[in-house]
Write a new protein. Structure first.
Ligand code: ZN
Length: 415
């Protein structure tokens, strides 16, 4: 048995930091939480009285398939599937060291064998965060999920490279089949590219990139197979359509209006708002903005007012918010604490952010055994030296990490 002595405790349930708390762990599970817990003489004492202890954090929007954001341009031609697989494993190792015991890998343009990495971690062959995985984006040619769009001036090459994207196609039947195959191969959920994006050069965040019959085919097929669907989506119009079709979640929603936010609340559709990728334009951080590709910067500048308004709508809403970083430029994919910094700097109550990164994310990911510190839950526990309530860099500076009762090396990614 192990007993953790907490400096302060955030348990993922109540909006407070509790003093003088202890956590008793037997093998993989928490068996008791409280003050002055009795334990056997051979219980290992883990003294974290210098840290704020919290559930292992969860990042619901990670693209794990690259080693360094400066390498992303190489993905089309110079990265092999095995290179991406190694990157996924390395990312999961680093996110765990950073105190994020679970990550949701939300697809990539090409094969990265992320389901294999997930299985290798589950079996204990390699160390890493627990992974919830959708290996591929479901998308159409030329869409935000089609990175060969930037090679469109060379149709022969871009068409040839399309063959690397197994879930890209057109037509309701294609997508019914794609959902069935993803489920067959073990996907945990389905990720679709419903609108265009900022990161891809030749489309617009306002583009609708899947037709109504394709969207309905995806959602109905996934529902019939008890699999959830989440959509990359920006515009209120399309989010409204998706909510009424029965979608489970939305990623980004960065230009959402009030009416659509109310609709999502009413239908209990979750939102992972991913503040990080748009933060530089909203907070006008010129230095970070300049690190993004030119087309990305141009689009962000063009849509700035709508992004500012959308963010206010999200922050002032009662939406069920998940926590996800979506880091593809400027910062590395394993720096999961970046999103906490963005939420706090944008004036979000820290307890709302902590709840999103723990209990709410566990619910979104369909994981019943993690997200809170309670008897019966898996012993996924993180510890933080900085003040979680006032220091926006706090979740980049991990001081302790335990996953399923086992202690791992903790690392700081604070600058
Ligand atoms: Zn993303």
């Amino acid at each position: 048995m192990k007993k953790i002595i907490c400096g302060k405790l955030y348990d993922g349930i109540s909006d407070k930091l509790q003093e003088n708390m202890e956590i008793l762990i037997d093998k993989k599970n928490i068996i008791s939480v409280g003050k002055n817990i009795e334990s056997l003489h051979d219980t290992e004492i883990i003294d974290l009285s210098h840290l704020t202890v919290a559930p292992g954090m969860i990042d619901a929007h990670v693209h794990a398939a690259f080693f360094d954001w400066r390498e992303i341009d190489k993905d089309d031609i110079y990265y092999t599937n095995s290179m991406r697989t190694l990157a996924v494993a390395e990312c999961a190792r680093k996110t765990l060291a950073g105190g994020f015991t679970t990550i949701r890998h939300i697809g990539w343009f090409r094969e990265d064998n992320s389901l294999d990495v997930k299985r290798a971690i589950e079996k204990g062959f390699i160390e890493g965060s627990r992974m919830v995985v959708a290996p591929h984006f479901l998308c159409t040619p030329g869409s935000h999920g089609d990175s060969t769009q930037k090679l469109g001036v060379n149709p022969m090459l871009s068409n040839f490279l399309e063959g690397q994207l197994p879930t890209m196609g057109s037509g309701a039947d294609f997508f019914r089949n794609a959902v069935r195959k993803e489920v067959k191969h073990g996907t945990d959920f389905i990720k679709i590219m419903a609108t265009g994006g900022f990161f891809t050069p030749n489309d617009s965040p306002e583009d609708k990139q899947l037709s109504d019959d394709e969207l309905q085919a995806i959602i109905d097929t996934a529902n019939s197979l008890h699999t959830t669907v989440t959509a990359h989506a920006y515009t209120s119009e399309l989010i409204t359509t998706l909510v009424k079709m029965g979608i489970h979640g939305i990623e980004h929603a960065s230009m959402i209006d009030e009416e659509t936010a109310r609709l999502m609340e009413q239908y209990n559709v979750y939102l992972v708002p991913t503040f990080c990728p748009y933060d530089e334009i909203i907070m006008l951080d010129e230095e970070k903005l300049a690190q993004k590709p030119e087309a990305f910067q141009k689009k962000l500048k063009y849509y700035r007012q709508r992004l500012v308004k959308g963010r206010k709508t999200i922050i002032n809403s009662k939406l069920k918010l998940g926590y996800g970083t979506d880091l593809v430029t400027g910062y590395n994919n394993y720096e999961c604490g970046r999103e906490y910094s963005a939420w706090l700097r944008n004036g979000v109550n820290p307890f709302r952010a902590l709840k999103a990164a723990t209990a709410t994310n566990a619910e979104i990911l369909g994981l019943k055994d993690v997200g809170t510190i309670q008897p019966g839950k898996l012993a996924d526990i993180s510890g933080w030296p900085r003040d979680l309530l006032t220091d926006h860099m706090a979740l980049l500076d991990c001081g302790f990490v335990m996953k399923e009762g086992k202690v791992y090396n903790a690392v700081s990614y604070a600058d």
